[in-house]
Design a protein around this ligand. Structure first.
Ligand code: AMP
Ligand code: MG
Length: 437
C-alpha cells in the first residue's frame, strides 16, 4: 500500500511512525526538486554571525587561513630543540635566553643547550620543536632550568600549523544547523558573515469552537488556546519566520478561507485540532478542494490522527505549494507530532543535513506498561542513579492533554512499535528536549 498523500489513508488503517516519516520525507524531497514552488527553498541570504544561530548554512565555509596560523606552544613552559632528548633518566640543563608571550613572538635564535620561556599559544621559534611544561622542571631560576630527559619526547606540547584546519578546506559544511560553536569557529577564521538559507515562513493556526485567545474570558466549556504558544516556542527554536493566523472556528467556510489565507503567505502551514475521527470528514472535504492531503491514523501515542500533504494556493499568476501538517488538538500530541514529524520536515525543506534528533539510552527506574503495535512517547526526567548511570522516571500522568507532564519533563522515553512492557532496570531509548523542544 502506498502511504503518500496521493492515496489518502483511511482512518481505519494504522500507519507505522517510520512509514509516516518516510512518506513525509519523500514528499518534501519532491517539493524541493520542484522548481515551480513559489518560494524556492534554495534561496540564500547573508547574515552577520550574531544573527546566524540556528540558521542553516547554505554553502561550505572554506577556511581562508591555516588554524593555527603558526606552530605554537600548548603549555606554559620552556621551548627547546628536542634533539637533545634521550631515554635515560639523567637530567638535562638548559639556559633560558628569552621569553615568548602569546601575541609577542621571540625573534632571536635558540641554540643547543638553550631554551625559551614560552606561554601557551605563543609562536614556537624556528629552532624549537618541543616544550617542557613548567611543572615538570626540577629546578628553575631566572637563567636556567633542569628536568629529567625521559619525561617527554621530541615534538611534545607543540601545536602544529594547520593542525585544526587547513587553508581552503571546509571548516563547516553546507547544511549545518548553526550552533554556538560554529559561530565561534567562523569568528576564529576572521569571518563575520555567513551565507544561510532563507528563513522558512511557517503559518500556524488553531481550530476549534471551544478555543479562546488569551485576552478573552473563559465561558462554560471553553479553554485557552495553548497550542499556538507551544508551536511558537518550538518554531522559535529553529529560528523560522512565524505567521500567526490565530484561532479559526469549526465552520467550513471560515476554515477554508483561513487555510487559503495562511497557505498563500507561507511555505509550511501547521494547524492543530480538527483532524480527529469526529472532525476529520469535515476538514477532509475542505482539503480535497485545496490540495492533496492524506488523513493518517498513526500507530503512536500520543498523537494518533494527523493530516499531511500539499495545499495549492494561487498567488498572482503562479501557483504555490504549501506543505501542510494538520496536527491533533491535544496539547501534548501537538508537541509529540511536531517533534516526530514536523521538525525533520522543516529542516529538510530548508536544506539541513541534520534532521534526526540525537538519541541516548537510560535505565528505567520503574516498570512502564506498553502495548506492542504502536510507538509511545512518554514524558520523563533524565537523571543519574547512585552508581552514576543515566536513569529515567516518568512525569506523572501521561494523558495526551496533560501539558504539565511535558513541562516538567526534560526528555521523551521512546518505546518502539514492537516493544512490550518495560521492567524496572530495563534500558530504554531517550530523546532529550534540550536544543530540540
Ligand atoms: P481535536 O483534535 O480538535 O479533537 O482536539 C482534541 C482535544 O484538544 C480537545 O480536548 C480540544 O479541546 C483540545 N485542543 C484543540 N486545540 C487546542 C488548542 N489550540 N489549545 C489547547 N487545547 C486544544
Ligand atoms: Mg476540535
Amino acid at each position: 500500500m502506498k502511504h503518500s498523500p496521493n492515496s489518502p489513508i483511511l482512518l481505519t488503517s494504522s500507519l507505522h511512525v517510520d512509514e509516516a516519516r518516510k512518506a513525509i520525507s519523500q514528499l518534501v524531497k519532491e517539493l524541493i526538486e520542484e522548481s515551480r514552488a513559489l518560494h524556492d527553498p534554495k534561496d540564500i541570504e547573508t547574515v552577520s554571525l550574531d544573527q546566524a544561530i540556528n540558521r542553516i548554512l547554505a554553502q561550505d565555509l572554506l577556511s581562508p587561513i591555516d588554524v593555527p596560523a603558526a606552530d605554537n606552544s600548548a603549555m606554559d613552559g620552556y621551548a627547546f630543540n628536542g634533539k637533545c632528548l634521550g631515554t635515560g633518566d639523567n637530567n638535562i640543563s638548559l639556559e633560558i635566553v628569552g621569553t615568548a608571550f602569546a601575541g609577542k613572538p621571540y625573534k632571536g635564535k635558540i641554540n643547543q643547550g638553550e631554551c625559551l620561556k614560552i606561554m601557551t599559544g605563543a609562536v614556537m621559534p624556528a629552532d624549537c620543536d618541543t616544550v617542557i611544561p613548567q611543572e615538570l622542571t626540577i629546578t628553575q631560576t631566572e637563567t636556567q632550568i633542569e628536568f629529567k630527559q625521559n619525561l617527554l619526547k621530541p615534538g611534545e606540547n607543540r601545536r602544529l600549523r594547520g593542525e585544526d584546519l587547513k587553508q581552503s578546506k571546509p571548516a563547516i559544511q553546507a547544511g549545518r544547523l548553526l550552533r554556538p560553536s560554529d559561530l565561534g569557529l567562523a569568528a576564529s577564521l576572521g569571518i563575520s558573515t555567513l551565507q544561510v538559507k532563507r528563513k522558512l515562513k511557517v503559518a500556524i493556526l488553531s481550530s476549534g469552537d471551544e478555543l479562546r485567545s488569551l485576552e478573552q474570558t473563559l465561558d462554560a466549556g471553553s479553554i485557552y488556546d495553548s497550542n499556538r504558544y507551544s508551536l511558537t516556542g518550538l518554531l522559535n527554536r529553529l529560528n523560522l519566520e512565524i505567521i500567526d493566523c490565530g484561532i479559526v472556528r469549526d465552520d467550513p467556510t471560515a476554515l477554508k478561507q483561513a487555510f487559503i489565507d495562511a497557505a498563500t503567505k507561507s511555505d509550511v502551514l501547521i494547524s492543530s485540532g480538527g483532524v480527529s475521527v469526529g472532525e476529520a470528514d469535515f476538514t477532509k472535504q475542505i482539503m480535497q478542494e485545496l490540495g492533496d492531503v492524506g488523513f493518517w491514523k498513526i500507530a503512536m501515542r500520543p498523537g494518533r490522527p494527523m493530516a499531511f500533504g500539499i495545499l495549492k494556493a494561487t498567488a498572482g499568476a503562479s501557483e504555490r505549494k504549501t506543505l501542510f501538517f494538520g496536527l491533533p488538538g491535544n496539547p501534548v500530541a501537538v508537541m509529540v507530532t511536531f517533534y516526530q514529524f514536523v521538525r525533520a520536515a522543516l529542516l529538510q525543506l530548508n536544506g539541513s543535513n541534520q534532521t534526526e534528533p540525537p538519541m541516548t539510552q537510560a535505565i528505567s527506574e520503574a516498570p512502564i506498561r506498553k502495548k506492542p503495535g504502536r510507538t509511545e512517547f512518554q514524558r520523563a526526567i533524565l537523571g543519574r542513579n547512585a552508581e552514576g548511570r543515566p536513569t529515567v522516571r516518568l512525569t506523572g500522568s501521561q494523558g495526551a492533554g496533560i501539558l504539565r507532564s511535558m513541562s516538567e519533563a526534560n526528555c521523551f522515553v521512546i518505546l518502539a512499535h514492537d516493544q512490550g512492557n518495560i521492567a524496572a532496570g530495563d534500558w530504554v531509548d531517550v530523546a532529550l528536549f534540550e536544543g530540540l523542544l
